[in-house]
Design a protein around this ligand. Sequence first.
Ligand code: SF4
Length: 215
Amino acid sequence: MVAEERPGAERWVPGKPTLAGLRAAATECRGCELYRDATQVVMGAGLRRARLVLLGEQPGDQEDRHGKPFVGPAGRVLDRALDEAGIDPADTYRTNVVKHFRWRARGKQRIHQTPQQAHVTACAPWLAAELAVHRPVGVVLLGGTAGKAIYGSSFRVGERRGQLTDWPTRVEVDHPPDWVLPTTHPSAVLRAEDRDAVYDGLVADLRVASRALAG
Ligand code: SF4
């Protein structure tokens, strides 16, 4: 992979973004090579007035096919956990740090591959633009890739989960959120041997976000 193949998304991001404008512009993005093997770009979904941004890793197989984030099995876990935590779905905007599905073939299956740091960096201008439009009160980081995108490569979910933290100065945005809350990605529930325990942990963390939103 040569550097020229990952110029980054900056040149495709409109100057005065709206959600509709971002969605339209992102279909043209060639900021890295991931667009080639994906069905379509998957930008965030939710209302402009949503106070909470839920930030995951990348679209999965179902998200890639439908063009919407968190519509697969992990999304259903997230929906249930938000409901139990008392967070109104209409108060959330769901998106990912990388907007195209990275996968490899195994027979007829498409197997998820974790995006590299270079993909996260290339795609970062889209997230910055989404945050500029939303100006959220809080951001929930779902899993390690989202955490590393915001706090750097030393981030570990287990060390920070469930704790309200400040937006790091290393990530420049026009209007930083009041707080950030790391937790596990809902797909971790599906992979866990003890699904109930991992799910309960996710709900407990989301309750911290729910209380913070309530002020
Ligand atoms: S993953 Fe991000 S930077 Fe790469 S092509 Fe897709 S939208 Fe552009």
